[in-house]
Design a protein around this ligand. Structure first.
Ligand SMILES: C[S@@+](CC[C@H](N)C(=O)[O-])C[C@H]1O[C@@H](n2cnc3c(N)ncnc32)[C@H](O)[C@@H]1O
Length: 401
């Protein structure tokens, strides 16, 4: 294990020890006061109120150490320290703005479009076996028109905030570059109608619009405040005539009910569900799902995710594609949700869905991202100090009937 990783482990251990010491002091005080105060006058300790409250970030780390240590094996120590360090961003180029100056600016600073690099790198399609390679080229279909600039591996330079062009439209959007992968996997083509079921604050919506191929985009999110952020983002990045021309429809529904409202309608459905947002959970106390008050909400996540994915499958037309994505390393919220949703769709709704191979797609982008090996369903980007993107999980599904 690297020295940095060991320091991180020690840091976490120190936090846990401090919390443990707090508990011991409390226990000692309790037993001392028990001996001094006559039994009839003793006040029962209210455990829930006096128990030292662990920071939610420590609870998240403890939880991840237990589950991901086993799940990811040797990959976990490096993923752990990477999530505790500064993450790397990508600059999603906004092709609704004047891009020529922006592109040369980004290139001069040393950033490169990872999508173009992946496609044009010789040997980017697996060549071990000719038949396998032919098949891979055939399967390698992804959404066009998306350009996302990143600094090379191990280069930790940062992007400057985007500047507006002469018409006031911003030139790029900063986001975790791995979050573009589900949009690429969705394979949006000319004239498609697309549903973005859990869309706010809108990074993936903006990437979808970069394809210029969508006839009708429906953008949905349950949260009004987050939809407000999405609207603001659209105002900053998309010329008004594009998103007010009935081409972008913004709705605020519970995504779980979407199947009943618009069954078998969309060519493409993106289901980017709420999850434990692992990176946020180990770094930020605010809005942390590992707070004790949110335990039930956290435990219910796999059920909510399954319901949202099933609704997405219902909303897709037969032959249509659904991509499920999260920003967690949790198998319970990734592969297990996909398996459960496939079962529910088949057994309860008579909807047949098959899992598509995203291996070739991850292979061509493996020079930019660190992928977990041997995934049975979908692909998982694991944070790494030399490529500190993710976590991002995505699984591509096709509705067959
Ligand atoms: C991971 S975030 C989506 C991020 C977004 N796709 C992006 O790229 O910016 C998950 C979103 O799901 C929304 N959400 C939670 N429960 C929902 C539900 N039942 N129906 C629809 N959206 C829901 C949350 O408000 C949150 O904005």
């Amino acid at each position: 294990m690297s020295e940095v990783a060991v320091t991180g482990e020690r840091e976490a251990l120190r936090t846990n020890m401090a919390a443990l010491r707090g508990t011991q002091i409390l226990l000692r005080r309790t037993s001392l006061s028990c001996r001094l105060i006559p039994r009839r006058n003793r006040v029962k300790t209210k455990w829930a109120a006096t128990f030292p409250s662990f920071p939610a970030t420590s609870l998240a780390l403890q939880n991840f150490d237990m589950s991901y240590g086993e799940q990811l094996g040797a990959l976990w120590p490096s993923a752990r320290i990477s999530m505790l360090c500064e993450q790397k961003y990508g600059a999603l180029l906004n092709n609704f703005s004047e891009t020529t100056g922006q592109v040369s600016d980004l290139q001069m600073k040393g950033a490169q479009d990872f999508v173009l690099c992946g496609i044009s790198t010789p040997g980017s399609v697996p060549r071990s076996d000719r038949a396998e390679a032919d098949q891979a080229e055939d399967v390698l279909k992804f959404s066009p028109g998306i350009q996302c600039f990143v600094f090379p591996k191990s280069d930790t330079s940062r992007f400057r905030p985007a500047r507006p062009d002469s018409s006031g439209v911003l030139g790029y959007y900063l986001l975790d570059a791995a979050s573009i992968l589900p949009v690429l996997a969705l394979d949006v083509q000319e004239g498609h109608s697309v549903l973005d079921l859990c869309a706010a604050p809108g990074g993936k919506t903006l990437a979808l619009l970069q394809t210029h191929a969508i006839k009708k985009l429906t953008v949905n999110d349950l949260s009004d405040s987050r939809l407000k952020r999405l609207r603001r983002m659209l105002q900053d990045y998309i010329p008004r005539e594009i998103w007010s021309e009935n081409r972008v429809d913004i709705t605020s529904c519970d995504g779980r009910t979407w199947g009943e409202m618009g069954r078998s309608t969309f060519d493409r459905v993106l289901v980017d569900v709420p999850c434990t947002t692992d990176r946020h959970s180990v770094l930020e106390e605010e809005n942390n799902i590992f707070k004790r008050s949110r335990t039930k909400e956290r435990q219910r996540l796999p059920l909510l995710q399954t319901q949202l994915l099933v609704a997405g499958m219902e909303a897709a037309r037969p032959g249509g594609v659904v991509v499920y994505s999260t920003c967690t390393l949790s198998q319970l919220q990734n592969e297990c949700v996909v398996e459960q949703a496939l079962r529910v769709a088949q057994e309860e709704l008579d909807i047949g869905v098959q899992v598509e191979d995203v291996g070739p797609l991850s292979h061509i982008f493996s020079t930019t991202f660190c992928f977990a090996p041997d995934r049975r369903l979908g692909a998982l980007v694991v944070p790494h100090l030399t490529a500190n993107f993710g976590p991002t999980y995505f699984c591509k599904l096709q509705r067959v009937h």
